[in-house]
Design a binder for this molecule. Structure first.
Ligand SMILES: NC(=O)c1ccc[n+]([C@@H]2O[C@H](COP(=O)([O-])OP(=O)(O)OC[C@H]3O[C@@H](n4cnc5c(N)ncnc54)[C@H](OP(=O)(O)O)[C@@H]3O)[C@@H](O)[C@H]2O)c1
Length: 435
């Protein structure tokens, strides 16, 4: 065995502690697997005083992640701080110094991944990010390596455990959005500020990373259309069930003749769809390719153990390469300016919940609005409004039409006396063939 490899650990939170524990308790096995002893030379946190327990165990802890990223005795920087800065600067500094980096940071990889990957290649270093999407699910390696013989046509994924937990609770237990959020926060599944999760920001980061790999294209979070789950009610889950569907916060990326179609939004999926069975904090990713057909990976998308599994695997991969003095694999070329489809042109089926006045003639008035935009109604269900005795909930599903036609219908309805409030607009997955 050669001399040991130095690890610099940036962050000792949920994941950082998990990685530290795994590296410490499995040191011998990991040494045998990668051919070198892995030695944690330093770790960074924000609040050093709160980590006196770890310092007393001999671990050098500082609040200077940049200093650790450029230390001479650190060979692999493991970035587990989260957020864009200082994480991205530390990764850049480490790569510039020729060190390899392992990160779980989806925000950095979604926003700055292509530049950082180019930098890594230029410095003959490696940047690995398996844990940035799907926690413990090994989807990055699958796309980079195992499915590379395929022309990937689509990805469908549940990649945000917080919203999936909330949606499952609303669907199964009839909970309100607020109660489901409070429960997710109490259990540690949602942050005090849940914006990134419930508005689809987190899932859009992850989808951008997956789409970049699957389609060999430069995709950023701004290229992903996203709607959040704040407007969903328990009634929507009951109505969806009556129609034969389950609601899921689905992230989809597809190649279409109009360009890449990238979306994160709550979606009605048929109850027999494998995604409908993905419950709680679980994540799942389905990839369709010309050779494989379809493959689905499902598992824990977060948590110290599951995420450490992916982070440590990346560390071992880099360490094995350094130990055997192999150079990193060259990056495949990517399309720097791919064409993106406009959502308005995408063909979808739609579910609308409208609050309407409970009076004669409303249905005919609404029917005329849909007809004026050439949108064909598939079903209409009227139920009493739970709070307003003078109004009713109207659930309308449409046949497949362009998403833009639905925009125009909603614009007209907004200005119509026949609608009190536009409640929710959801896309239905079995829309039509855009391929
Ligand atoms: N949690 C999961 O299950 C999970 C799953 C997949 C991916 N990830 C990703 O993994 C990364 C880490 O997540 P986490 O849940 O472990 O976060 P966390 O619990 O909030 O821990 C973050 C750690 O980074 C340290 N830190 C933050 N900013 C710092 C700074 N400027 N200087 C020095 N140290 C700093 C914090 O120090 P203090 O301890 O002093 O606050 C803390 O130790 C994120 O990119 C996240 O998206 C997490």
């Amino acid at each position: 065995m050669g001399e040991s490899l130095g690890i610099g650990l940036l962050g000792l939170g949920v994941v950082g502690r998990g990685v530290l524990e795994a590296l410490q308790s499995n040191a011998q096995a990991y040494q045998a697997r990668c051919g070198r002893q892995l030695e944690i030379r330093a770790a960074a946190v924000r609040n050093v005083a709160a980590r006196a327990d770890l310092e007393s165990s001999g671990l050098a802890i500082s609040d200077d992640p940049m200093g650790i990223s450029t230390r001479d005795d650190v060979d692999i920087v493991v970035e587990l701080m989260g957020g864009e800065e200082p994480a991205a600067d530390c990764i850049e500094a480490a790569l510039s110094a020729g060190k390899s980096v392992v990160t779980a940071n989806k925000e950095v990889m979604a926003k700055r991944g292509p530049t950082l990957l180019d930098l890594a290649e230029a410095r003959a270093a490696e940047l690995r990010y398996e844990a940035s999407v799907g926690g413990g699910i090994p989807i990055i390696g699958v796309l980079q390596r195992d499915l590379q013989a395929n022309d990937v046509s689509s990805i469908r994924a549940i990649i945000n455990g917080t919203t999936n937990y909330m949606i499952t609770a609303m669907s199964r237990d009839g909970m309100s959005y607020d109660d489901a959020l409070a429960e997710a926060q109490r259990l540690g599944y949602a942050e005090a500020d849940p914006t990134s999760d419930v508005d689809g920001i987190d899932a859009a980061y992850k989808l951008a990373i997956l789409a970049s790999l699957a389609f060999h294209s430069q995709v950023g979070p701004g290229d992903v259309h996203r709607d959040g789950i704040r407007t969903l009610t328990a009634r929507d889950f009951a109505h969806a069930r009556d129609l034969g569907y389950t609601i899921r916060m689905l992230a989809t990326a597809r190649q279409t003749p109009m360009g890449l179609d990238l979306r994160v939004h709550p979606t009605l999926v048929p109850t027999e769809d494998p995604m409908a069975g993905v419950e709680g904090v679980l994540n799942a990713v389905a990839v369709s390719g010309d050779l494989i057909g379809s493959v689905v990976l499902e598992g824990p998308g977060a948590g110290a153990g599951a995420t450490s599994s992916a982070v440590v695997a990346d560390i071992l991969e880099v360490a094995g390469r350094l130990a055997s003095r192999q150079s990193a694999r060259p990056l495949p070329p990517i399309d720097q300016s791919p064409v993106f489809a406009s959502l308005a042109d995408i063909c979808v089926r739609t579910y609308l919940r409208l609050e309407v006045p409970d009076r004669a003639g409303v249905l005919a008035e609404l029917g005329a609005v849909f007809a004026a935009e050439g949108v064909s109604i598939a079903s209409v269900l009227q139920t009493p409004h739970p709070e307003q005795s003078q109004s009713a909930d109207l659930i309308v599903t449409t046949h497949a039409c362009s998403d833009g036609a639905i925009d125009r219908v909603l614009d007209r309805l907004q200005r119509s006396d026949s609608v009190i409030e536009l409640g929710v607009r959801l896309r239905i997955e079995d829309g039509c063939d855009n391929d």
